[in-house]
Ligand binder design. Sequence first.
Ligand code: TEU
Ligand code: CA
Length: 565
Amino acid sequence: MPAQAAENSATNGYEPKWWKEAVVYQVYPRSFKDSNGDGIGDLKGITSKLDYLKKLGVNVIWLSPHYDSPNADNGYDIRDYRKVMTEFGTMADFDELLKGVKARGMRLVLDLVVNHTSDEHRWFVESRKSKDNPYRDYYIWRPAKDGGPPNNWTSFFSGSAWTLDPATNEYYLHLFAVKQPDLNWDNPKVRQEVYGLMKFWLDKGVDGFRMDVIPFISKPAGLKDIPPEYLKRPQYYYTQGPHLHEYLQEMNKEVVSKYDMTTIGEAFGVTLEQTPSLVDDRRHELNMIFNFDAVRLAHPGPQWVGWKLPQLKAIYAEQNDKLGVHDWNTMFLSNHDNPRVVSTFGNDSKQFRVPSAKLLVTMLLTLKGTPFIYQGDELGMTNYPFKGIADFDDIEVKNAWKAEVETGHISAESFIANLRKTSRDNARTPMQWDASANSGFTTGPKAWLAVNPNYREINAAQGEKDPESIYNYFSKMLAFRGTTKAFAYGSYEDLDPKNEKLFVYTRTLGSEKYLVVLNFSDEAVSYSLPGGVKAGKLQISNLGKAEEVTNALKLRAWEARVYRQ
Ligand code: TEU
Ligand code: CA
């Protein structure tokens, strides 16, 4: 046996790493906690809630962008990478937050948004001035073609990905909003700027980066038209740039390899087949990526299509098959770009919200891959009852309204009905801290986005007080996972992939074997474990004590159990 493999026999061949054993909690600063009553969450607000996060039991905090920004896309349009967004506070507030995170033995991961900047970034302000400006080549400029945009590329926020700039009468590329011009990574100066700003934050002591749409940094050669088969899902085309791996390896050599840090690529448009090319640890590119197959199962495109349990299981089985000991996976079903996890994959009715939210975290923390929890999931926060276009803030929604509803392609009713299930704003409503006005999120008269009206029942104060709450169950599950290496490194086997109601799987590390049984339905289910498997000793159940069993289980609606075999 090679030395390395022998060394890693206790971890099933995986090289042990802190980021493989951690659970990450995503904070969306604008909606987490407002400290000064202006209705906008801020860094001081986050610092004031670090004890809450520590008590919950998460190890790493990922902060969505906190940099200076005109907020065309809530901070994903950065004006100055070395400055804190004024609404969020000052650099001193950031240093205080980082200190607080470290003092509690947690880690901080920042968002690195370097596929594009804001159009108000100094580089773009210069770049658009003239064709011979020293910053011209920091972005992607092209002349018109046949009196229109240079190619057929579309923006994720509706319309062409090209905007004509009158100053020089050329088009610039923006895969997202008009105010988010794409950087030209083929320019070595741009890459050096990025490495410099990464070091700026790493030298302060942050523990890594979640990299926004990182597979888009190298554009497909020749900027040709999107081929017809990709037109509906251009993200699978935009990830085909020829230099992606070269740039990530360069970034690793110049920055990442010099720090004890983690890298998580947001890999919208990357297939599972392509994944090892980004995360195989012998390639020195990224530690792990977000694959969208599971999170977008019910809405792979803009339209809600629903989902079935065997489809979700098939995704996890395939991930398990296609990723080897040199790769690593992530597990997540929610973030700031997706609707609420309990509303999408559970059942957010009065009767089943609590058990289904608990079931979902049982699953996320016992599947293979580093779990990511989105703020408010620990309270079972739900989608928002949107009534009309005025209820939304998201630029994606506003642009789509103009493109689809105002042009008469879609009726207002069906547009809003779809958004109630799919909109990003579902996840962006303020954290529900307590039953006081504006859910205790702000002391001011108005939060930047309306609080979900269910905050009087669903809030952190309730969660911390009630021993049967979703919050306390999360905390128990997090502690369990934290002390059980089999959930990080154990092998995975789905015992009944076709079952439409139950998800039944094992995680095995050496002699340690766990059986997870999840009832994803509104009904009780009687079930005999396949192949005479015995359930073993019950470790955790989301519905309190379950009957003692050998191999015939009676599961209540949305019941989740973990056994040690
Ligand atoms: O998201 C890009 C992405 O992959 C999509 O989820 C996208 O936001 C949208 O849902 C397309 O329909 C990242 C950020 O997470 C998102 O908040 C930003 O808006 C986007 O990049 C641009 O920076
Ligand atoms: Ca504030």
